[in-house]
Design a protein around this ligand. Structure first.
Ligand SMILES: *Cc1c(COP(=O)(O)O)cnc(C)c1O
Length: 461
């Protein structure tokens, strides 16, 4: 199937790769010695490497290939747009049809009065835009002291200086002098790791209350916005207790701050609705979108802003933009992707059929002796690995080691699952079938059993 594209021996490609390619989030010297897995092509929910292995991609790339691989319509739209208008900017009183159509579609799909879109090429860029947007908003409202953005520990909001600062990943902050000033982090609603003796309900509420404490501590006159993912993705698919978001919403309503909801993973059907905000009943002033917006077929992202925010921002020149803001090819491909998600009823099918099916199966993993909690919302799920379900204890030895061992066993079983510490997470393409979910679970169980055997043998329990 992949032979046409596999013209070089894998080892040769690995050697050439290591010689000149610096890879993200990798220890490149070590990676170069081991050799990277070379991916040649993909179809549906499967990716194929140059050794001919077919892996079930339970991560949809990086949480983004919502529509699945191999949709030729998207390639056709890109080719057509490239020959008509491959590029033009939107800085100097110019615009074009692809971005007009995409913006209309997004305004229609986004909840409430979220009707205006500013574009970038990545979720990180969009969150950088959001920092500028909310600070400029308050400056224009005559409250320039409102500068601080409150975020959460273990949040992921991107990898630029702004995005990584908003994020709450300490291992990212430890390199490059982050965070930038006026970003404040509060506790995350991760009951499994941080809940102690509280019930999930108590913990959800008390953790949300930390937002109010932070606003009081910093002074409401200094706080511009709160930013959060509806469900933390890269942080380990942390599903907050049901009491969390209502309390957060109340606090944002009671105080004069903007709510930025980072929908980069949760958007475009991932949770069974168009946006995670709808699933969790959140009312954002600004939403960050990327990933599923184009199903990863083109780099495109955006900030969808409310009428009220757009009115204020529109009062003055916004000194901000990227060469590739509103890129016509990316916009055309995103528009086609969202059209397909809509017209084929993919999001509806997730909500009504495929997510309930996944939930039934995924929750059975909690019966495994090494699985503590199993969580799933829509098409994102996680399991927490533990030697003791009752105490929620960590393994002996380094945190995250067992997760990595499990990830390797997944690869061996031709399954791509990601490890976040000692949690295993999934976020498969939304078009995954019931049979493919069965296969995913079969392979995940094999990997868990092998990991369990390893853990016992090596005294990590
Ligand atoms: C991936 C991600 C980002 C960053 O997007 P990039 O396109 O990688 O810059 C931001 N927020 C969330 C929630 C993400 O998952």
């Amino acid at each position: 199937m992949n032979n046409a594209k596999n013209m070089f021996p894998t080892e040769e490609l690995q050697r050439r790769n290591a010689a000149h390619h610096v890879q993200p989030f990798s220890a490149n010297t070590e990676l170069g010695k081991k050799g990277a897995r070379v991916i040649s092509n993909a179809e549906g929910v499967f990716i194929t490497d140059t050794d001919g292995n077919q892996l079930l991609d339970a991560m949809a790339g990086l949480w983004c290939v919502n529509i699945g691989y191999g949709r030729k319509e998207l390639a056709d739209v890109a080719a057509r747009q490239m020959s008509e208008l491959p590029y033009y900017n939107t800085f100097f009183r110019t615009t074009h049809l692809p971005v007009i159509e995409l913006s209309e579609r997004l305004a229609r799909l986004a909840p409430d009065d979220l009707n205006h879109v500013f574009y970038g090429s990545s979720g990180s860029e969009a969150n950088d835009t959001n920092i500028r947007l909310v600070r400029q908003y308050w400056a224009l409202k005559g409250k320039p002291s409102k500068q601080v953005i409150i975020s959460r520990r273990n949040a992921y909001h991107g990898s630029t200086m702004g995005g990584a600062s908003l994020g709450g990943m300490t291992y990212m902050h430890s390199q490059g002098g982050l965070p930038i000033p006026d970003i404040h982090h509060i506790e995350q609603p991760d009951w499994w790791s941080c809940g102690g003796a509280q019930t999930p309900e108590e913990f959800g509420k008390s953790t949300a209350k930390k937002l109010e404490d932070a606003i009081d501590f910093l002074g409401e006159n200094r706080v511009a916005a709160f930013i959060a993912e509806p469900i933390q993705g890269a942080g380990g698919v942390i599903v907050p207790p049901a009491t969390y978001w209502p309390e957060i919403q109340r606090i944002c309503d009671d105080h004069e701050i903007l709510m930025i909801v980072d929908e980069v993973i949760c958007g475009f059907g991932r949770t069974g609705n168009w946006f995670g905000s709808q699933t969790l009943d959140i009312r954002p002033d600004i939403m960050t979108i990327a990933k599923g917006l184009s199903s990863g077929y083109q780099p495109i992202a955006g900030s969808i802003i409310s009428d009220a925010v757009a009115d204020v921002i529109g009062m003055d020149e916004f000194n901000h933009g990227y060469t590739y803001s509103s890129h016509p090819v990316a916009a055309a491909v995103a528009n086609e992707n969202v059209r397909i998600l809509e017209e084929e009823g993919i999001v509806e099918n997730v909500r009504k059929t495929i997510a309930p099916y996944l939930k039934d199966k995924w929750l059975t993993l909690a019966d495994h002796p090494m699985v503590g909690e199993a969580k799933v919302v829509g098409m994102m799920g996680s399991v927490a690995l533990t030697p003791n379900k009752d105490t929620r204890a960590p393994f002996n030895g380094e945190a995250g080691k067992v997760g990595l061992i499990c990830r390797e066993h997944c690869f061996e079983a031709n399954l791509i699952m990601r490890a976040v510490g000692d949690r295993m997470v999934i976020s498969p393409p939304l078009i995954i079938s019931e049979e493919e979910i069965d296969l995913l679970l079969e392979r995940a169980s094999i990997a868990l059993d092998k990991t369990f055997a390893y853990v016992k043998l090596h005294g990590l329990m």
